[in-house]
Design a binder for this molecule. Structure first.
Ligand SMILES: [Cu+2]
Length: 141
């Protein structure tokens, strides 16, 4: 009888754990406040990098290309995880390469839902070391 109780407790605990590890279905509009971060894109770097934000923050990156047209593309899943299931960064519109013309500012907005490290890079060919133009967003728990 005792062992049966134990087994059912264990089962209940397991069920509890399983449901709590499932990502919460938070819609971007449910998050309050926007953290605006100014980013400079120039040959061949993004500044600041890494960019650190807290989990759950709605983030606006205002990226200015100072010397040349650049681009911005960020990985939606943190490094070291597979790319199935819900993305760790939640965009309200589909995200691909955001081109930023010279002297222009582009705004990228998303909710930093899952802690981890998200690499981003320039996706508009801007010169010889274009491929080395990278940065990192770190979402802290
Ligand atoms: Cu580039």
């Amino acid at each position: 009888m005792r062992s049966l109780l134990f087994v059912s407790l264990l089962l209940a605990a397991t069920l509890c754990l399983t449901s709590s590890t499932r990502p919460a279905n938070v819609s971007p509009s449910a998050t309050e406040g926007v953290q605006v971060i100014d980013v400079i894109a120039k040959k061949y770097e993004f500044n600041p990098s890494p960019i650190r934000v807290k989990q759950g923050t709605r983030v606006q990156l205002k990226i200015t290309a100072t010397d040349h047209a650049h681009g911005f593309r960020i990985k939606l899943f943190p490094d070291g995880t597979d790319t199935k299931g819900n993305a760790g960064l939640v965009f309200s519109s589909p995200q691909d390469c955001q081109k930023i013309e010279k002297s222009q500012t582009a705004t990228i907005e998303f909710v930093a839902q899952t802690p981890g490290s998200y690499p981003f890079r320039c996706c508009t060919r801007c010169g010889w070391h274009h491929r080395a133009m990278k940065g990192q967003l770190i979402v802290e728990p």
